[in-house]
Design a protein. Structure first.
Lengths: 433, 274, 309
């Protein structure tokens, strides 16, 4: 029995040890994840000194620019800001699960909101309206481009979010190959097809469902003068003659002008194609990619590209990210301090100097910014001409459905007519619950 | 089979086995290679074979992001979940095979627990986790993974125990041991292979799990699969660092399996034969 | 299983001698309780929610009971039929290929005097250890139309580039191929174990009688292996029906909905755009019923096969 006794003892020790360990690890982890909410002395100018707030951010260059400036915020207010960075595709699900937590139960103190979550979050009662606080603290928002508040700021007349960073879409094109952008969409399609050679493509496209193709195609729709809904915001018109033309041009370009596999390419894939010098043009987010296209580590087209609006009406898709305060926030006061700081003119300018997308009207004419980023005035023209999305409640569903149906048409699983008709039927449902 | 295979047959056999092995190793070798060149070279097609090796991608992973922390999370969660699964599962498997506890009904119930799609469980589990204020703690994932692992552990071990001769236990019982003591002192040592197999299986399952880790953790308890998936960004999948993270994430389990390989095959042998 | 009947008798006898059957319940209780709580609760929640109008967002927070509406709308949506067809197609293709390839590999590995057996086994074990996330990302990298190594290599032998994940048929085939790459090892392990455990006598007797290796394989080995093959089939089939991770990482159900599986559709309904928990719950219950039903059938078939021996 000797050997087995030793084995027995060993086993018991192991079991005991691991149970202790599990409790310890569990305990320390719980300890570490609770926010540090010490209340400050009333006389302090830093009422939230020592607090820690957390928010979910997209893993993108703009987030990095803000992160670089955070130490300044901490020394001014004593608040530590923690970013949880995830890829875009995971954000919506993670946000939903936290926003539905109930009063002061959520993990995120401020919420970084994309422009097609605006209506849904606000109307579900998950976001605090900010009008009172803006008035109380006398926050001056007049410098921010007003149109951004329609895209991602106001819902039903109240301000729920403060815009942080717009992302207009337009065309980027190579300047070293003698490219000129034609005046109409039909000409653009023909031109792009003509540019395609065996290893070089007329245009880098992103036909993957659901966000890439939806965002890209909206530019085609708007450039031809079309829209998702009529002016009443309830009757779909996406399947009218203009919509059909937009779709057939789009499919034509995917098949005959774009890179191999464009039908399944996402933003990342398509940008890599352009950055590697393999395409003449790309319809994309013209302010985000300054960083990537100008980075010698990732790009072979540094200083060889410029920006232009869409042909035709010149109207492109414009989106924006904004910050709001969820009702489930554990520390709305500290969150509000952060929002005021990050959207202030000073900080916005610092971000823009790093390469971020400016939200303030004045930035697009500021000499120090234009010196660094000569494409800015052009970008502003594109932004001003651009259009956001209808503010129905189920925007996310709208965009996802749009992307899916478009992809079905692009991959020839449905005829363009059928895809648009099915889409229109669903859009009608969504706008008229 | 006792007859020797004719040489032609052996060559054919080795050819097939070798090419299959190659088809497994080649993609992995490519990932390893991608992780060992600079970020820019990692993207290049046609590949620049002469590019110098570089550890820059690994530096990015380990220093720019708290990968050490995620590694520790995955490790501790996996280890604890495995240990708990075994502690709970061994007696259960023993009871089911020796005493036929619960009969077919329990067997089916355990089988049924494997069937549930993770998606169906995610939302209710999240709701409860939130109510108990256990969001973003390693403890939560440990418990969740124990419940994922138990059906497999029990299944493997029950089959294994069924294959063990009962005489040795009986001898112990006759000597005056209680069934519990008999289990611990006699059966478990005999069932080493099965237990190691079940343990390794559990650990790998916990190590690789994705959906629940994504939904139930934030920054503190994040595990490797979530962190690795997080390297796909809108503005460029960081190919080099992603490959490095993939390698880092896979090495521990590969090493673990090589070490316990002997146990694994024996253990799974008995286990898969009900 | 071959030796089961004899052992089973021994165990019954042992059981009677050991006596106290209640002890068994004490041993099994912790496991049963854990499973009941962590798996049982969500199941009950899903069951209840499937009969309610339950949306995560929107101003109306009530959850009125709506009978079978969720079930009927889920099933009548063309996306459901599409996902069902995809799921079954993937499951059958994946399991079929894995069984064939797996058996071949297992058979070869079990040959006597095979050199390097340990080495081969070690290599074959590797894919099993990899997370679906790792597998999905690796293959996405390799299958990239312009920046992936596969198309480059194909180009070297003058095969034109294929957009593997960009076309509906190729995307589905790619998912199947990657799943096979990932999971065949499990089948190899199970079948290898089975072959090793086979009694040697029938095969030797047949050899003495002059039967060739092929005849031995078809007439003796395969029939004896039926129960194990069924086990392997069962395990893999249940797993394949639930396919989700690979789709999420590699194609997100696309292009269009050509690679959308039932699990992915359920996720999409509940936690993506629609946020329709009621419908997602209904879908989950349906999936559970389908899988449970299939498992029951296969289990019965396995037990029946066992009684031959």
């Amino acid at each position: 029995m000797n050997i087995t006794v030793t084995y027995h003892t060993k086993l018991l020790k192991m079991a005991f040890g691991s149970m202790v360990a599990s409790v310890l690890v569990g305990c320390t982890a719980i300890g570490a994840s609770e926010p540090n909410n010490t209340s400050a002395l009333p006389a302090s100018t830093k009422p939230f000194d020592g607090a820690t707030i957390t928010m979910l951010m997209e893993e993108l260059s703009e987030t990095q620019y803000i992160q670089d400036l955070l130490p300044e915020f901490k020394s001014a207010t004593g608040i530590t800001v923690q970013f949880e960075n995830v890829p875009y595709g995971d954000m919506y699900t993670k946000l939903i699960t936290q926003l539905t937590s109930g009063d002061k139960q959520g993990a995120y103190d401020a919420v970084y909101t994309d422009f097609y979550w605006t209506g849904e979050f606000a109307r579900s009662g998950w976001i605090k309206p900010l009008d009172d606080q803006i008035a109380a603290d006398k926050v001056d928002l007049s410098g921010i481009i007003p149109a951004l508040f329609d895209i991602n700021g106001k819902v039903d007349g109240q301000i729920y979010y403060i815009p942080v960073y717009p992302y207009p879409m337009g065309i980027v094109y190579r300047t070293d190959l003698g490219i000129t952008i034609p005046k109409t969409m039909e000409e653009l399609a023909a031109y792009a097809k003509g540019l395609k050679k065996s290893d070089f493509f007329g245009v880098a496209m992103q036909g993957a469902p659901t966000d890439p193709v939806a965002m890209e195609w909206l530019n085609f729709l708007y450039a031809l003068g079309g829209d998702l809904y009529e002016k009443d915001g309830k009757t779909p018109r996406v399947n009218d003659a203009i919509g059909q033309k937009a779709l057939s041009l789009y499919i034509d370009m995917i098949d005959n002008a774009a890179q191999t596999g464009a039908a399944g390419a996402n933003l990342d894939d398509a940008s890599a194609i352009f950055a590697q010098g393999k395409s003449a043009m790309m319809v994309t987010y013209i302010t985000i990619f300054s960083g990537v296209f100008q980075d010698p580590e990732k790009s072979t087209v540094v200083d060889k590209w410029a920006v232009a609006p869409m042909p035709g009406t010149g109207v492109g898709n414009v989106g924006a990210w904004s910050f709001g305060i969820p009702t489930s926030s554990k520390n709305p006061g500290a969150a509000w301090e952060f929002i005021k700081w990050v959207t202030s003119e000073k900080v916005a300018k610092a971000r823009a100097l790093k390469g971020g997308s400016p939200a303030y009207t004045s930035f697009f004419t500021a000499p120090e910014l234009i010196a660094k980023y000569p494409n800015l005035p052009q970008a502003y023209a594109v932004l001003k001409a651009g259009k956001g999305l209808p503010l129905i409640t189920k925007q996310q569903d709208m965009v996802a459905t749009l992307g899916r149906e478009l992809s079905e048409a692009v991959t020839k699983r449905k005829t363009p007519q059928k895809a648009l008709d099915d889409l229109a039927a669903k859009l009608k449902e969504l706008a008229n619950p | 089979m006792t007859r020797r295979l004719p040489s032609l047959g052996r060559i054919a056999a080795h050819l097939i086995l070798f090419s299959t092995a190659l088809s497994i190793l080649a993609p992995l070798a490519w990932v390893v290679r991608t992780s060992l060149v600079s970020k820019k070279v990692a993207y290049l097609i046609p590949p620049d074979w002469s590019a110098p090796l570089s550890l820059s991608s690994y530096y990015v992973i380990l220093y720019d992001q708290p990968f050490i922390k995620y590694l520790w999370n995955s490790l501790s969660i996996g280890a604890v979940a495995t240990t708990l699964s075994l502690i709970v599962g061994v007696p259960a498997a023993f009871a089911m095979s020796r005493f036929n506890t619960g009969g077919s009904l329990l067997r089916i119930g355990i089988l049924g627990a494997q069937i549930l799609p993770a998606v169906a469980l995610a939302i209710p589990v999240f709701t409860v986790v939130r109510m108990l204020h256990l969001f973003d703690t390693p403890f939560t994932l440990m418990i969740v993974y124990v419940s994922f692992n138990l059906p497999y552990v029990i299944w493997i071990l029950a089959g294994f125990f069924a294959g063990l001769p009962p005489e040795v236990e009986e001898a112990a019982l006759i000597d005056g041991c209680s069934p519990a003591k008999a289990l611990i002192l006699v059966v478990i040592p005999m069932a080493q292979s099965g237990i190691v197999a079940a343990g390794v299986f559990s650990f790998v399952l916990a190590w690789n799990e994705f959906l629940f880790a994504l939904v139930l953790t934030g920054l503190q308890a994040r595990t490797l699969p979530v962190a690795v998936a997080g390297l796909i960004t809108q503005a460029g999948t960081q190919v080099g660092p992603m490959a490095a993270a993939t390698v880092l994430m896979s090495l521990p389990v590969v090493a673990l399996t090589f070490i316990s390989q002997r146990y694994l095959v024996t253990g799974l042998t008995f286990g898969s034969i009900k | 299983m071959v030796a089961r009947t004899a052992l089973h008798d021994k165990h019954s006898a042992a059981r009677n001698r050991i006596g106290d059957v209640d002890k068994g319940w004490r041993f099994a209780m912790p496991a049963i309780v854990t499973l009941a709580i962590v798996d049982g609760f969500p199941l009950i929640f899903a069951l209840i929610a499937s009969f309610q109008r339950y949306y995560l967002s929107g101003a109306d927070k009530s959850h009125p009971f709506v009978g079978f509406t969720n079930y009927s709308s889920f099933v009548s949506d063309p996306a459901f039929t599409n996902a069902l067809v995809n799921t079954i197609y993937i499951a059958l293709a994946v399991v079929g290929i894995e069984l064939l390839v797996g058996f071949l590999i297992a058979y070869l590995l079990a040959l006597p005097d095979l050199g390097f057996r340990g080495l081969y086994l070690s290599v074959f074990l590797i894919p099993l250890l990899l997370s679906p996330v790792v597998v999905g990302l690796t293959w996405r990298l390799i299958l990239h139309p312009d920046l992936g190594i596969l198309n480059y290599l194909l180009g070297l032998i003058s095969v034109s580039k294929v957009a593997w994940l960009g076309g509906p048929k190729t995307a589905l085939a790619s998912i199947i191929a990657v799943d096979v790459w990932h999971e065949t090892s499990l089948v190899v392990l199970i079948l290898y174990a089975g072959i090793r455990a086979l009694p040697i006598e029938p095969q030797e007797a047949a050899a003495v009688d002059g039967a060739g290796p092929v005849t031995i394989l078809l007439r003796i080995v395969l029939p004896l292996m039926r129960p194990i093959i069924l086990v392997a089939f069962l395990i893999r089939f249940i797993s394949a029906i639930k396919t989700y991770d690979l789709v999420y990482i590699m194609t997100k159900g696309g292009p269009g909905t050509s690679t959308e599986t039932l699990s992915y559709l359920i996720w999409r309904t509940g936690l993506a755009g629609p946020l329709d928990i009621g419908a997602a719950a209904a879908g989950s219950i349906l999936l559970v019923i389908v899988v449970a039903g299939l498992s029951w059938v296969l289990l019965k078939a396995t037990e029946q096969a066992e009684t031959y021996y």
